[in-house]
Design a protein around this ligand. Structure first.
Ligand code: ZN
Length: 462
């Protein structure tokens, strides 16, 4: 007798798109082919879930900086191969990284980045970074959207920032092309003034760092870009929302009908500004900064309410060599932190295990919301027949202390060192292939594929 499926996951509580129940999930080739009553599907290979096992859609990290050019000729300490293997082990099956800013043609830069990503073990796509606007640059945008690189990142601060007029023009062009403009939203002038005040007072010690980047800088920048979004009828995305000020600006824009989606990052959910008085405070120089307990509570509320659609890592594999020269002066510290592999286990622990998110909400903010926002749905982001078989099986009872897995890749320090929890991925499938099991990468190197984005605000999370 012939088997109907290549693989069946049996006995797990399945967080499917419309139901959460114990089911068999049948995989044929790269796709989910059947959801059926437990014990009813026959396959070449059957994987029994552990007691209490939960099957969720593979995680989508909407914000990573793999092998990132952090200075002239200096890269982060990972590459697409090592970073995506660690992602697979920890429950992520798709990463949305960036095409770094370029002075040359954008499409050529995108092609170079795609080539670099060819060693990925899981699927990937990119947000091109837009800087230094020129008429030629505006003309390049439609070509990128057509190529499936449809979500962009624009800075409102740093040397790469655009001015208000450029921001408005680029938002109009992106919207006309059917793409999505996304912002690192912190008002540059407010940041500069706050930094000057901190340096004149307490000086450059890291304790002063959060005061140099107040939440009002975020709300002011979000106010501006959502104003343009309303005026132009353009959708807009906000990267790394850190707390209450930014949320208030997003909520009021939404109430007035603006199509705005936003992410927060795992560090804003599990850390608070107490980290800046620790001896290892340098690890937490991240922009925007980690904020207070009240901000953290508001972020969890916003995830449950659907105001925030995703939880990203903002991963960048800095090492001690990049960070330690700045420990006495926050203005010398390059901002950012590693976290690609910590994102999902931390979200499970602080969300599901500690009762802040139910399983539906966990799937929503780790996979479904990101897929809908960035034009990867319905292929990715949900357990439904016909979707890519990107699946992660969890053992909610498995206890851990961070770091869980042998490092051997990326950064040589760890922001979450010593934190603990319960619940770990025990199996990860990427398009039907087993890529990780029990903390070990098992897949083929370089089997990941570029996933083109087709932005569709009709399917955006509410
Ligand atoms: Zn980032």
């Amino acid at each position: 007798m012939q088997d109907d499926f290549d693989l069946v996951v049996r006995g797990a509580l399945v967080v499917a798109e419309h139901d959460i129940e114990v089911m068999d999930v049948g995989v044929a080739g790269e796709r989910i082919a059947a959801l059926a009553a437990p014990g009813t599907l026959r396959a070449t290979r059957t994987i029994e879930a552990p007691p209490g096992g939960v099957l969720v859609p593979g995680g989508i990290d909407t914000h990573t900086h793999i092998a990132w050019p952090i200075a002239d000729g200096v890269r982060g300490l990972d590459d697409f191969g090592s970073a995506t293997r660690a992602a697979a082990v920890s429950g992520t099956t798709t990463v949305i990284d960036f095409v770094p800013a370029t002075t040359g043609p954008l499409l050529a830069a995108a092609e170079a980045r795609l080539e670099e990503a060819a060693t990925s073990a899981i699927d990937y796509t990119f947000h091109p970074v837009l800087t230094r606007m020129t008429p030629e640059r505006l003309r390049e945008i439609a070509g990128l959207v057509d190529a499936g690189l449809a979500s962009f990142k624009i800075y409102t601060t740093y040397d790469d920032r655009l001015d208000d007029g450029e921001i408005r023009a680029v938002m109009e062009t992106i919207a006309q092309a059917g793409g999505l403009a996304g912002f690192h939203a912190e008002n540059h002038a407010i940041l500069e003034r706050a930094k000057t005040a901190v340096l004149a007072g307490a000086g450059a010690a890291i304790e002063g760092f959060p005061g140099s980047r107040p939440g009002s800088a975020e709300s002011a920048a979000i106010g501006l870009v959502t104003h343009f979004a309303r005026e132009l009828g353009a959708p807009v995305f906000v990267y790394h929302v850190s707390g209450g000020d930014a949320l208030s600006a997003i909520e009021s824009a939404r109430e007035s009908g603006v199509q705005v989606q936003a992410e927060t990052c795992i560090h804003y959910l599990v850390l608070d500004d107490g980290v800046y008085s620790r001896p290892d405070a340098w690890k937490y120089v991240i922009t925007p900064p980690v904020r207070g307990r009240d901000d953290q509570l508001r972020l969890w509320d916003a995830l449950r309410a659907g105001v925030l659609g995703s939880v990203a890592s903002d991963h960048c594999a800095y090492g001690l060599e990049h960070k330690l020269p700045g420990v006495g002066d926050f203005t010398l510290l390059p901002p950012g932190a590693p976290g690609l592999d910590a994102r999902i286990p931390m979200l499970w622990q602080h969300g599901v295990t500690e009762g802040r998110l139910d399983l539906r909400q966990f799937a929503e903010v780790s996979a479904t919301g990101p897929a809908r926002t960035f034009g990867l749905y319905p292929c990715k982001g949900a357990i439904r027949v016909g979707a890519d078989a990107d699946l992660v099986l969890w053992d909610p009872a498995r206890a851990w202390t961070w770091p869980v897995w042998e490092r051997g890749w990326g950064s040589d320090y760890e922001p979450y060192e010593g934190m603990g929890g319960a619940g770990l991925p025990v199996l990860t499938l990427s398009r039907g292939r087993i890529v990780a099991r029990d903390g070990r990468f098992e897949g083929d190197e370089a089997a990941g594929r570029f996933v083109p984005q087709r932005i569709d605000t009709q399917v955006w999370p509410r």
